[in-house]
Unconditional design. Sequence first.
Length: 211
Amino acid sequence: MNSVTRWNRKFYASTRGRIVGLLRRAALTVDQIARALHLTDNAVRAHLASLERDGLVEQDAPKRGSVGKPAHTYRVTDETNQLLSRAYVVVFARLLDVLAERMSHTELEALMQSVGKRLAEENPRTSGTRRERVDRAAALLEELGGATAVEEHDGVFRIRGFGCPLGAAVRGHPEVCASVETLLSEAVGAPVRECCEHGDRPQCCFEVAAH
């Protein structure tokens, strides 16, 4: 069982997870959730407030009952469905397997560079000093799901990642790093060199001259 599956099962075993599980199937009111999970309305409201704050659920259009004021319903956000889905990782990894069978290493790397340029188009290059642009590039990597730190040594900035947001794909296809290398190069406005660790536990690493 992989870590994503373990996390999903642990989350769904919690009360908050059970609420999210219900709301993935249909938009429900506080009262409907309370009845389904044998909780008080106040307990449900407290959990929903926490889930809303974390961006996992949102209020939907009011649902009118037979008497009284219409009750608000809740549903999961699109981001929650993406977070809990394993399909993206699995499909992307299998897609790379197929592409690697049909393309050379050079062709696959060029394709990944094209992907990086498309990603860069969605994130306009920022102005500022080289350090400020490197910091913005590191922030872009964090937006992809990485955890990063920027170091400077001997005239070189190094964006070091703790883990890899694309690790499941990088293990079998290190060419994937070319997409991030290109994205960061476009963000910095200068050549960025990939120096990632490829193995069972990939670690991101990208270098750019300080001047």
